[in-house]
Design a binder for this molecule. Structure first.
Ligand code: IPM
Ligand code: MN
Length: 349
């Protein structure tokens, strides 16, 4: 029996999480796995009502869960940064979810903007460091509001943090990589402190993984190769900021935000799974948003809990739906409503 914290959050979050839970219920019933949903009302509405973002008591409870299933964070009436930092990033940091795992996989029948590339070519994962880099929130304003003002934003990269992330990435490449190939993505030609350390740590660890092929690419060139030759990538490991950027690009080549799922993983603790798109306020309440990303995130959550068969079954069902049913993955153009897409996946399952 797993205890799953369910946090639908803002905007279309509740709509996609509802379909995700529908699919999880069906998949768990099929495989005889039981789980309990513990609902948490957090996000923009709660903040507007009570001023609370993530109460300490809630954080303490979350530490006792088996996993967290998150919808979306971001509200049009709340200044950008408040909920993102106070809720999403605070959870990632406090629960030491030091990996952000983001598969970039083109499912059958899904349209990609890249001509001549299909599911055989677009199939890699990004292992994004999730606790450090530019996201630590360190910095200062010097001479604030004066013409001489300078803003400093620190990227903090610890050897311990890098090593934990690299170990996950090497293990992933070794056990799950298509070609057992790991590419470090950085910017060693300019960021000569941060990526010098990443590079030294990367090649030092590579010695313990002789079966893993290693490669390095600058982040700008990576954006180019992801479009031109996505098949060159198997597993990518990179820092927090670059990982953030290239996974939006990744989401687009795999068919859009409607299908892109991710996991904030603490391999020794509580992990959190989410569709990587935002709260999409303009589609809220219309029953038109694509729930497949949330459904796939639910599958990833089950895999992390050790229920790999459930994840495989969900992925297969989703592929069946993308290959045979949906006209498009875009909101409002799927040929089905949000609820109907959930039903189709359950039927395929
Ligand atoms: C993501 C998002 C977040 C990030 C924002 C909402 C803080 O863009 O999960 O990629 O930058 O990590
Ligand atoms: Mn992002």
């Amino acid at each position: 029996m797993y205890n799953i914290a369910v946090m639908p959050g803002d905007g279309t979050g509740p709509e996609v999480i509802r379909e995700g839970l529908k699919v999880l219920d069906a998949a768990c019933a099929k495989f005889g796995v039981k789980y309990k949903k513990i609902h948490y009302d957090l996000g923009g509405e709660r903040y507007k009502r009570t001023g609370e973002i993530l109460p300490d008591s809630v954080l303490a409870e979350l530490k006792g869960m088996d996993a967290i299933y998150l919808g979306a964070v971001g509200h049009p009436d709340v200044k950008p940064g408040i909920l993102e930092k106070g809720l999403l990033l605070k959870l990632r940091f406090s629960l030491q979810q030091y990996i952000n795992l983001r598969p970039v996989k083109l499912f059958p029948g899904v349209w990609t903007p890249i001509k001549d590339k299909g599911p055989a070519e677009i199939n890699f994962v990004v292992v994004r460091e999730n606790n450090e880099g530019l996201y630590v929130g360190e910095g200062e304003f010097i001479d604030k509001d004066k013409p001489t003002e300078v803003a400093v934003q620190v990227s903090r990269n610890s050897r311990r943090g890098i090593d934990k992330c690299l170990k996950y990435a090497f293990e992933y490449a070794k056990t799950k990589g298509r070609e057992k190939k790991l590419t470090l993505v950085g910017k060693t030609n300019v960021l000569t402190y941060a990526f010098d350390l990443w590079e030294r740590a990367f090649y030092a660890m590579a010695k313990s993984y002789p079966e893993v092929k290693t490669d390095y690419a600058h982040v700008d060139a990576t954006c180019m190769w992801m479009i031109k030759n996505p098949e060159w990538f198997d597993v990518i490991v990179t820092d927090n900021m670059f990982g953030d950027i290239i996974t939006d690009l990744g989401a687009m080549i795999q068919g859009g935000m409607g299908i892109a799922a991710g996991g904030n993983i603490n391999p020794e603790g509580v992990s959190m799974f989410e569709p990587i798109g935002g709260s999409a306020p303009k589609y809220t309440g219309k029953n038109v948003i694509n729930p497949l990303a949330a459904i796939c995130a639910g599958g990833m959550m089950m895999a992390e809990l050790g229920e790999t068969k459930i994840n495989e079954a969900i992925e297969k069902a989703v592929m069946d739906v993308t290959a045979n049913k949906l006209k498009s993955l875009s909101a409002g153009k799927m040929g089905y409503s949000t609820t109907e897409v959930g039903d189709l996946v359950v039927k395929a399952l």
